[in-house]
Structures are given as C-alpha cells and as structure tokens.
Design a protein around this ligand. Structure first.
Ligand SMILES: NC(=O)c1ccc[n+]([C@@H]2O[C@H](COP(=O)([O-])OP(=O)(O)OC[C@H]3O[C@@H](n4cnc5c(N)ncnc54)[C@H](O)[C@@H]3O)[C@@H](O)[C@H]2O)c1
Ligand SMILES: OC[C@H](O)C(O)[C@@H](O)CO
Length: 464
C-alpha cells in the first residue's frame, strides 16, 4: 500500500509525520506524481526554525519541501505530453496564468502564486503531489531522480545568471558558496564566463567551490567592503572590476562589497535574500552606471534549461549531494543542514526504500533486467514498466567500452539499490535476481559488480 505520509511543520521547531489523504487530480491538465526525492532548501530550514519568512507566516500546519523529483502515476485526460512512468522534476510554484505579470511572461512574479511550502500552501515532502503537466519536466534517461531534485535550485541559478546577462569571456564574482552560489558559478561557466570568483566567509565552502566551477576563491575578511572588493579583484587579476557580480549570500557586507566589485557599466544581480533593508552604496552604483537587477525564483524556460545543463554534463549537480536519508529521518536531515554540515541533503520517499532498508522492507525483492540501453524493474513475474515508487534508485553508471557488447558506451539505469551498483550483489544475497534480457546485458551487470570477465559466465548464473 502506498502512503501519503507527509512531513508537517506544526509551529517553529515542532514537526510531525502525518498520514494525509492521497491528493487527486483536479483538472484534466493535472498529473499525479509519486515523490521520489526532495532536497532541503534554506527556506525550509528557515520556516522550521522561525515559522516565517518576511510576510509569509506559518499559521496552520504546513507540509515542508519544494525541491522534488518524482514519477508520474496518473495523468489527467487532457495531458498529452507526459505518460505514466515518466520521471520528472517538479516546478513547485503555480501562477494564475491570467494576470498582467503572467501574460507578460513573468509568471514567477504572479501575485496569486501558489508555491509549495510557502504558507499557506503545503509542500512536496509527502507521498504524492498533484501538478499541472506543464510544470513537470521530464528527465532524460541519463538524469537521475536525485539529480532531478536539484533542478529547482539550479533553475534559481539559471534565472539569476540570465538576469545578469553573462556573456562568453566575462568575469563573474559570486558572493556566497552555498548551493545557490555554487550553482550560479556553474551556470555562469556554462554561459562562457572565463573568470569565476567565489567569495564566502567559510573556507571549506570555498574549497568545494574551487573543485566545482570557480576559477578563483576569496575568503571575505572583516575589513571595509571596498577593501574586500579590491582584494578579491586583485586576486582574480581583474583590478578594474568584474563584468558581473551576483550576490547569493543575502549578507549586508557582501552586498556592499559586491557593488564596489562591479566594473564601470557592469551588472549586479541580487539573488540572496537576507534583511529586507540594508545600507546600500548608491554612490558607487551611480558613478559606475551599473545595471542592478533583482532575481526571484524562475520563469519561462528556466527549468528546461536547468534540465538541459544537467543532461549535457555542463553542470554536475550530483557533486552537491552530501547524502540521502530515509523519509523518517527528515528532522535529523534538517538539523544537519541547519548546522551547516551538508551542502544538499535529499530525503527519499516516503514510498522510496533506500538500500540499507531493503532486507527489512518485507517485500519481495525486484529483479533487474536490461533491454536495449535501459534497465527495467521486474516484480515477481510481472514486468513493471517503471520503477515502482518503493524501489530505490541508483545513480547513472556508464558501462565501460566493450563490457556490454550490445550496450556499448551507452548509459544504463539500474533500478534497485541505494548509492551504487553494489546493490546488485546485495540484491542477489537477499534473494533478488539479476538477469540480462539481451546479449551483453547480464555480462555488463555482472562486470559492474566487480567480477572479472573470465568469471562472468559463472557469476551470471549465480545471480540467476
Ligand atoms: N532569489 C531567489 O529566488 C532565491 C531562491 C532561493 C534562495 N535564495 C537566497 O539565496 C541565498 C543563497 O541560498 P543558499 O541556499 O545557497 O543559502 P546558504 O545559506 O547555503 O548560502 C549562503 C552563503 O553565504 C555565505 N555568506 C554569509 N555571509 C557572507 C559574507 N559576508 N560574504 C560572503 N559570503 C557570505 C554563507 O557562509 C553561505 O555559504 C539565500 O539568501 C537564499 O535566501 C534566493
Ligand atoms: O527556490 C525558491 C525559494 O526557496 C522560494 O522562493 C522560497 O523563498 C519559498 O518560500
């Protein structure tokens, strides 16, 4: 039986798990999605700790979460673009589509926006979610559901970088190396920026940024903002200023340094959200005739571009995933994020079972089968066309050249397990089966379990 267990914020610091009624499709254009993975965003943590962000106050119990990917389990009768079994990233805010902002192509600024986990609206940390089909973005075969959950913050970064009008060869300074800042750096790189400077006050975040997308890192000092700006520009070899500066910290000193770091005629984008009112260096802004833009969530084309950036390998969002926890560990995961111990933590489920839980899940283990370049989950004797919601997912694995004769270099998606293909022998050890459904498939699977080519045949039969 599938569950609509939901992670509910009752009041600041007080959360509970609640079995809520399974939602139903409301219009012929809606789809019902089984939630597979949800990332924890700073705003979820903020609601959990403070119960409010600006004018949005949690007055009634609210389901948290808005960074989700899932599997379509039902479609409305007018839906033609998606089918049951499609894996999708969920855009979590639904505008009215009729107001001036919506019709002007700025639906993210719709005053009647219904946004997940922004009070009074429930979020996606539940078993199921109903969404308009055009706000569900199909994940290509080489993009996992875990990566799918990162499409939301990536879309935030895409929107910010579009606002900044980044061009090939530009220098870009990004203040803040949290998930949004890191993703802004990666998107700026994809847009052709050649110098990308990440700035933060936490050295470990900067070390990560340097390995991720940034060409330079600068640790902000407790000195005047002009001095920080000068030092970071000198470090990056752009003493006249950066073409683009993005704030993804929301911190007042960082915003002030940002304005001093923009070159004459350059562009500044405010992505970070902190105090509503701060002291802002208007003189520097005037005399450099810079363009200053705000950026809020994401709009037309941002989600599709985010999916494309991941699918094409231009932004490797997997690197940001610190770990994945079971649904029942959601509160512990929130604590980890609050304490700054993680970049991005994903919550599985609640209809998702991680590898560690497989032996005790009480259900028969699925078989894994491969056809063509895709992998399907089989359950008992019946082929299930999609991974059932309770079967966990494995990240993408490339079959090395020559391993899977029929599969060649193509990517495959194993459908059982947790973090790696270790799931295959684990499944076998617990009575699961692995079988190839065309030449090369079983060999490829066996070899991916770490079995030498000459032992493949024997091991293949041992696996069933
Ligand atoms: N505009 C939008 O639509 C939108 C959407 C999502 C998030 N946000 C905002 O973007 C910001 C970043 O989000 P996140 O999830 O990465 O948050 P985060 O808290 O993980 O990252 C913020 C980073 O800024 C750093 N920082 C703090 N003070 C600094 C300073 N003085 N100089 C340089 N760096 C400093 C922190 O150490 C941290 O690494 C937040 O303010 C968030 O509210 C905006
Ligand atoms: O990424 C989107 C942001 O986190 C949301 O706008 C948040 O502020 C919701 O309340």
């Amino acid at each position: 039986m599938s569950s609509n267990l939901s992670f509910v914020l009752n009041k600041p610091g007080d959360v509970s798990f609640e079995e809520r009624p399974k939602p139903t499709i409301k219009t012929p254009h809606d789809v019902l999605v089984a939630i597979n993975y949800t990332g924890i965003c700073g705003s979820d943590v903020h609601y959990w700790v403070h119960g409010a962000i600006g004018k949005f106050v949690v007055k009634d119990p609210m389901v948290l979460g808005h960074e989700s990917a899932g599997t379509i389990v039902e479609i409305g009768e007018a839906v033609t673009t998606l089918k049951v079994g499609d894996r999708v990233a969920l855009e979590p805010g639904y505008p009215c589509r009729r107001c001036q902002n919506c019709t002007a192509g700025k639906y993210n600024l719709c005053p009647d926006m219904v946004f997940a986990a922004t009070p009074p609206y429930d979020g996606t940390l539940a078993g199921y979610w109903v969404a308009p089909a055009d706000f569900c973005f199909k994940l290509p075969d080489n993009v996992s559901q875990q990566e799918g959950a990162l499409i939301e913050p990536l879309a935030v970064a895409v929107h910010i970088v579009k606002q900044a009008n980044v061009k090939p060869g530009n220098s870009v300074v990004v203040m803040g190396a949290g998930p949004v800042g890191l993703l802004c750096a990666a998107v700026a790189k994809a847009y052709g920026a050649t110098k990308i400077v990440s700035v933060d006050i936490v050295q470990s975040k900067l070390d990560f940024a340097k390995d991720f997308a940034s060409t330079h890192i600068y640790t902000s000092q407790r000195i005047a903002p002009e001095e920080n700006a000068k030092a970071l520009l000198e470090l990056a070899g752009i003493p006249d200023g950066a073409d683009v500066v993005i704030d993804a910290s929301g911190a007042e000193p960082s915003i002030q340094a940002s304005i001093h770091a923009v070159k004459v005629g350059g562009h500044y984008v405010q992505g970070g959200m902190g105090k509503s009112d701060i002291t802002f260096p208007i003189m520097a802004m005037c005399i450099k005739e810079m363009t200053v833009s705000g950026s809020f969530r994401y709009g037309p084309g941002d989600y599709s571009l985010a999916v494309e950036l991941v699918a094409s390998g231009k932004v490797d969002v997997k690197k940001l995933i610190t770990g994945t926890v079971e649904f029942k560990q959601a509160e512990e995961a929130f604590k980890k994020v609050k304490e700054g111990e993680a970049i991005k933590v994903l919550i599985a489920g609640p209809n998702e079972t991680l590898l560690s839980a497989v032996p005790s899940c009480g259900r028969p283990l699925p078989r894994i089968g491969m056809e063509g370049s895709s992998v399907h989950t089989w359950h008992d004797a019946e082929r299930v066309p999609v991974r059932p919601p309770w079967a966990p997912e494995i990240p993408q694995i490339k079959i090395r050249e020559g391993l899977g004769r029929a599969c060649g270099e193509r990517s495959v998606w194993p459908s059982l397990g947790g973090a790696s293909f270790d799931a295959v022998p684990t499944a076998a050890a617990h009575g699961g089966h692995v079988s190839g459904h065309h030449a090369g498939a079983a060999e490829a699977l066996a070899l991916l379990c770490g079995i030498a080519p000459e032992q493949t045949q024997a091991r293949k039969s041992a696996l069933g």
